[in-house]
Every structure is written in C-alpha cells, then in structure tokens.
Ligand binder design. Structure first.
Ligand code: ADP
Ligand code: MG
Length: 302
C-alpha cells in the first residue's frame, strides 16, 4: 500500500474557532486512540476482480487492492470513471465475489451479504408504492425486528434526517434531496456497522448536497458507524473524509492515500479544503487523462 501523505496537519484542538459538529472532537480523540492498535473494521487483502467475457481475457477491474479501514473511520475513495469504485463497494457488500484475495470484517472473512454492511446508491432505490415510513421500515423487516422496535426506529431515523412530517408521503411527492434523505434513513435504520455509499449525492443540486454533507457528518458522529464513501468529486472527498484513497484508472489499484487532518465541520468552499483537494487532483488528473484516452481509442476503433 502506498504511504500515507499528511496534507493538512493542523492542530485539531486549536486551529478553528467554529463550533464543532456535536461529538466530533471527542469522537476524533477516541478514534485516534482506538486506531493505535485496533482490528480494522474492513480489511481487503490482495483483492482482484476480473469481469469475465466470452471474447477476450475479460476486464481486470480491480488489481490487488489492499485496504484497511478503522472502526468509525470516514474513508473516501476517488478515481476516474470506470476505475472500479462501484465494483469495490459491491465486493465489500459481498454482492459479488473477488476473483482472488480476501475481504474481512472485524478480522472475519466474509462472502455473503449481511446487515452489518449496507450499500447506498446515487439512485435512491425507494419503493414508489410504499410511504416514507414504510420504506424506512423495510430493511428492518428483513432483519426481523419486532413491530414496536421498527416503529420506534422509524421515528428516530426520520427525525434524524428531518423528515418526520413527511412520513406518510410517497417518494414521488418529495424532492430529490428528500428522497436521498429517506434512503439514508432507511440505510441507517438497519444500524449497519459499515455504511457503503456510492456517489450518493452526485445527482443533487449544490445547496441540497451541502446540507446532506452536514447531516451525514452529524449522523456519522452520533452513530459511530464506519463509512466508505465513493465519489468522483475530490472536494467532496476532502469535505467529508478522514482519509482519501485515490484509485488508478483500469485496472483499479490504490495509487495513493491522503490523511485529511483539517478540523470539522469543513466547508466545500474553504481555502484549506480547496488547497488539499488541488493536491489530490494533481495526482488524479493523470488517471482521468488515461481514462479519456481509453475512451477515445475505443471510439476510434468503432
Ligand atoms: P466506477 O464505479 O469507478 O465508474 P465500475 O466499478 O462501475 O467503475 O467499473 C469498473 C470497470 O469494470 C469498468 O471498466 C466497467 O466497464 C467494468 N464493469 C463493471 N461492471 C461490469 C460487469 N457487470 N461486467 C463487465 N464489466 C463490468
Ligand atoms: Mg460507479
């Protein structure tokens, strides 16, 4: 694995006058203690995935990925389109299996989906015929929770995403941002240890996305879950992540990792966020060029 690069090592306790996200500072201190010698929440060892095809050798989407994610960490993954980000999340969720290598949660190898991990997509994937509450309740039914427990958790998680008053609405009656918040409540209600997010805010307008960043950060601080958040937006990754892993264009490998030690809450427009993002972007740009070249070559052959 590439060495970590400390881009912004400001002193967390003294550098910022703004009010921290509730619990974030205390949580950060606890986390850094835990990280000293804790078992990784998610561990990938030499994970490769080759999409087989009838005609050729197939597509090597991921090539010997090694990754450690600590309990309660917020890891962002960035990389050009087609570098295998979604594939990687699908593997961690055990929706598909690696061609080689192992994936472990709390040091236990996993090969089947479990309620300890949940995957959230850019498309909210809500059931249009169910109300907001019923959608949130759905995952818990699958998990076998009693009716009383489900009711209580629906109430709690809808309040957390500020949607209590829309509990009886159906998805088509909500804005795009509200639908993503329902999807987030639905994912959180199953109380996963690991929240896997695949470009969840990519289709939203800037204001809604800003608000959801704030909400997600608060929820992460409150619940203590581990988040692996995929995005092609480097600023978003710096806004949210404790660490940013940069992937290469096909085959996807971890090219470099960046620790982001900026105080929270951060804002997309902040100078330090922009500066850190620029450094990551310099490294990402080569990979984006490779992806564009590959696309161009493909066009030429057609
Ligand atoms: P990203 O999410 O980074 O855009 P993906 O994980 O979706 O990338 O895809 C990685 C590579 O694997 C791409 O080249 C894509 O075309 C290929 N790929 C993804 N899914 C499949 C599939 N089901 N069958 C064959 N190839 C696939
Ligand atoms: Mg993708």
């Amino acid at each position: 694995m590439s060495p970590n690069t400390n881009l912004a090592s400001q002193d967390l306790w003294h550098s910022d006058q703004r009010k921290p996200v509730r619990g974030t500072l205390a949580r950060t201190a606890i986390l850094s203690m835990r990280r000293e010698n804790s078992t990784p929440k998610v561990r990938l060892d030499n994970v490769s995935l080759n999409y087989a095809s009838d005609t050729a050798a197939g597509t090597l989407a991921l090539d010997r990925i090694n990754l450690r994610v600590q309990p309660g960490e917020f890891l962002c993954i960035v990389g050009p389109s087609g570098c295998g980000k979604s594939t990687l999340l699908g593997l961690i969720a055990s929706l598909q299996h690696p061609t080689s290598g192992t994936i472990a949660i709390d040091d236990e190898a996993v090969s089947a989906p479990g309620t300890d991990r949940i995957l959230m997509f850019q498309e909210h994937g809500l059931f249009p015929w169910l109300t907001v509450s019923q959608n949130v309740e759905f995952g818990m039914k699958m998990k076998g929770l009693s009716k009383a427990e489900r009711k209580e958790k629906v109430r709690h998680y809808l309040r957390l995403v500020h949607l209590s008053q829309f509990q009886d609405n159906r998805p088509h009656q909500l804005s795009g941002g509200m639908r993503q918040r329902v999807a987030l409540a639905r994912a959180l209600a199953t109380e996963p240890d690991v929240l896997l997010m695949d470009e969840p805010f990519a289709a939203l307008d800037a204001q809604t996305r800003d608000m959801l960043h704030d909400e997600l950060e608060k929820i992460w601080a409150e619940t203590g879950c581990t988040v692996i958040f995929v995005t092609h937006n480097v600023r978003e990754a710096v806004r949210l992540g404790d660490r940013v892993a940069l992937m290469t264009f096909r085959p996807g490998r971890v090219k470099q990792e960046f620790n982001v030690d900026l105080p929270r809450p951060r804002h997309l427009e902040e100078v330090e966020v922009a500066r850190t993002a620029r450094e990551i972007l310099d490294s990402l740009r080569d990979e984006i060029n490779k992806s564009l070249e590959a696309e161009y070559a493909h066009e030429q052959r057609r």
